[in-house]
Design a protein around this ligand. Structure first.
Ligand code: OGA
Ligand code: NI
Length: 356
């Protein structure tokens, strides 16, 4: 539809080098080139041991069964309120869909650069193979490439970006996307119930899905100085992340420090995004996260961002009349423009939505 496709005309990303090719080259990584990837603030906050704090695990099966729903919903509420981040198990997505998606993503990124470039991001588009959030010639660059698609609703798809290679990929993207959309819907309803919100309010705000497949090559010369993703929160309501090959890299910000999230084979990762923070009037806060880089191993992920209609608005929903309103009502289009035309900087975009 016209409405959804406008999502993809927001970006102002400047073209930059393909990082996979750069990482594989021997001669191109000169000191001058490397300089653009060195993140000066990478050590600004402590990185904790990955076992220092246990990331909540939510069992979707238990949310769906009358005997266990109460206890599991309490865990979900705690996870949303105290973490903004959790793992889901028993999520119901068939194993063959996940395995197929994982397999084809790896095959896709192994294709020669000119084949992948047939799907290169076109000027001003959020979709395609390339990078995002590059807005100036002197900003630091991220150590990674991405391949992004609007996947839901089906009318929002631009099939010219949908890959023909590997030959089963389109089919797996389609299946994975609709399975994850279903999961996002049921999680959205469960999350709404934890705050006694009308589930319909979430449903009609949760209508589009943007998929971002990320490829983070190893960085042999200085893995500890670069980032695959700089600290940011997601704009979405809920983001659902699949780690494709079990290489650690994601870190979440908690109590001022970074916690590495240990990949777990059977879990998907879910995080609260900015729009859910606004809608819950700050009861559920979006979580800041970043991606670190391995010296020897590549890392691949798929993020599915669940978003409202481009034409819509998002307002805080108050539970009681005494509750103080902390956020403005935002126009989705305006928030999206703000989000995608600036470089990522923690949770800064959300400052524009805060009252006082
Ligand atoms: C994202 C993101 C994390 C990862 O796509 O917004 O934070 O591990 N991805 O790829
Ligand atoms: Ni993110």
């Amino acid at each position: 539809s016209v409405s959804e496709s406008r999502w993809s005309k927001l970006a102002v990303t400047l073209p930059v080098r393909n990082v996979q090719a750069l990482a594989a080259s021997t001669g191109e990584l000169t000191a001058e080139v490397i300089e653009r990837y060195i993140q000066p603030d990478i050590d600004a906050f402590a990185v904790l041991d990955e076992h220092s704090d246990e990331v909540p695990v939510i069992d979707v099966g238990k949310l769906s069964s009358p005997e266990s729903v109460e206890a599991e919903a309490a865990k979900l509420k705690f996870a949303c309120a105290e973490w903004g981040f959790f793992q889901v198990v028993n999520h119901g997505i068939p194993d063959e869909v996940i395995m197929g998606m994982k397999h084809d993503i790896q095959k896709f990124f192994q294709l020669p650069l000119d084949v992948k470039n047939a799907y290169a991001q076109r000027q001003g588009d959020l979709q395609g193979y390339g990078q995002a959030f590059v807005v100036s010639d002197d900003q630091k660059l991220e150590w990674g490439d991405m391949f992004a698609l609007f996947a839901q609703p089906p009318e929002a798809r631009d099939m010219s970006y949908w890959p023909c290679e590997p030959h089963t990929f389109r089919n797996f993207i389609e299946k994975y996307s609709s399975e994850v959309m279903k999961l996002a819907h049921s999680l959205g309803v469960f999350v709404a119930k934890t705050l006694d919100l009308n589930p319909g309010l979430v449903e009609d705000k949760h209508v589009a899905q943007f998929l971002r497949m990320g490829y983070y090559p190893p960085c042999t010369p200085m893995p500890e100085k670069v980032l695959g993703f700089t600290p940011h929160s997601d704009m979405s309501f809920l983001t659902i992340l699949l780690e494709v090959n079990s290489v650690q890299g994601l870190q979440i910000r908690r109590h001022g420090a970074w916690i590495p999230v240990k990949p777990c084979r059977d879990a998907l990762l879910v995080n609260v995004g900015d729009l859910l923070e606004i809608m819950t009037n700050g009861k559920y806060k979006s979580i800041e996260h970043r991606v670190t880089i391995n010296a020897h191993k590549e890392r691949l992920t798929v993020s599915a961002f669940h978003l409202p209609n481009y034409d819509g608005i998002v307002s805080p929903i108050l539970e009681t009349r005494e509750e103080k309103l902390l956020y403005k009502t935002v126009k989705v289009e305006e928030y999206a423009r703000l989000f995608f035309t600036n470089k990522l900087e923690g949770k800064r975009a959300l400052d524009h939505a805060k009252l006082s």
